[in-house]
Structure formats: C-alpha cells, structure tokens
Ligand binder design. Structure first.
Ligand code: 5GP
Length: 191
C-alpha cells in the first residue's frame, strides 16, 4: 500500500481513555481521520455499525484475512480486531493523515510494514485506577474486566516500543499533551 501522509498509532489498555482523548483532540486538528476498525466482538449499548466498528461474524472476518483485506489484525481479549486497508486508503486518498486506535500487537505489525509510523501509548495512572474505570464503565461482564486487566499488564510491557507516552490522569492535561505531540510531529514532517 503506498504510504503517504502521517500514520499515527494510538494504543493503550482498555479503559485508559484512548477514545475519550482522541474525541477531544482530533476535532482540534485539520485533515486527520480516525479509521473505523472491524471486530467480531458484539456491539456495546449505543455502539453503531460503521461508527465505532464494523461488526463482523467470525466467518466474515476470516474471509477478509484470507483475501488480504487487513493492514493488520489481532486477537485481543476474546475477539478479532483489524484495520481494513480500504479504510486507510479512503482517508489517504482524501489527503488526510490517519490515526489507528489499535492494540500493541497490531501496532508492531504496522510498524514492521511502515517504520515511519508514529506510535503513541496512552497509559492509565495505575492499574487500580484502570480497574475502577472498567468497572465504572459498566459495559463489560466481571470476567471480561478481569481479562482486560490481565491484557493491560501485558500491553504496558510494550511501552518501550512507543515514541510517546501520555499518562491519562487529568483528562485536559493529557489531551493537551497529545495535541501538542501530534502537532509537533506534523510540523516536523511538513518542514
Ligand atoms: P474495545 O473492545 O474496548 O473496543 O477494544 C479492545 C482493544 O482492541 C483495544 O485495545 C483497542 O485498541 C483494540 N483494537 C481496536 N481496534 C483494533 C484494530 O483494528 N486492530 C487491533 N490490532 N486492535 C484493535
């Protein structure tokens, strides 16, 4: 796939606040788009097809793997997640920089294909806070929350692979740091 424009990858444990931070920061920037991933997990309450994710069956997902439809894909927690090449291409053709909100396995796959991809990790202040956020979100079963906490610990071990880490303690401060980092990276590239 021809890679033009900046590719930002945002990872971090479930509940670290990646979605909330991106929702705050991206409207402040021009010509940048968050891709919608495909997943086999069931929609949470309020999630809509094509907005949060493209919700696929396992068969549909595996067919897409086999036909080479994914830039990267991974099994995270108990479902498949993947970035559709068509989504990235669509934004690239519109002249936009692209943001992928994906797990650490997917980030490593993309970086292997495109070493210029910029990797940002959103970390919770600590695991206790993460647990409280996951419980407070009230969207997953206790067993799923336990699984997400386990994955979180494994993901935090990948922090050294990342270019920039934002500790999401205070939302406004974290958003300001993320915005500043993205702006600085884009300025470096365009100059
Ligand atoms: P959630 O189920 O909470 O929406 O997402 C669970 C995890 O899957 C998060 O860590 C999220 O970053 C990751 N994820 C979402 N979309 C993708 C994707 O397209 N590829 C990969 N590798 N991970 C993804």
């Amino acid at each position: 796939m021809p890679m033009t424009g900046e590719l930002f990858i945002v990872s971090g444990p479930s509940g670290a606040g990646k979605g909330t931070l991106l929702a705050k920061v991206l409207p402040e920037l021009d010509d940048i788009a968050l891709t919608v991933s495909a997943t086999t997990r069931k929609p949470r309450k309020g999630e809509r097809e094509g907005t949060e994710y493209y919700f696929l069956s396992e068969k549909e997902f595996i067919d897409l793997i086999e036909s080479g439809g994914f830039l990267e894909w991974a099994r995270v927690h108990s479902a498949y997640y993947g970035t559709l090449k068509s989504e990235v291409e669509r934004h690239r053709q519109a002249g936009q920089d692209v943001v992928l909100e994906i797990d650490t396995q997917g980030a490593a796959q993309v970086r292997a294909q495109d070493p210029s991809a910029v990797l940002v990790f959103i970390a919770p202040p600590d695991l206790k806070t993460l647990q409280q956020r996951l419980v407070g979100r009230d969207s997953d079963h206790p067993q799923e929350i336990a699984r997400r906490l386990e994955t979180a610990q494994r993901e935090m071990e990948r922090i050294p692979d990342y270019d920039f880490v934002v500790v999401n303690d205070d939302l406004d401060a974290a958003a300001a740091q993320l915005l500043q980092f993205i702006q600085a990276k884009r300025d470096t590239v365009s100059n």
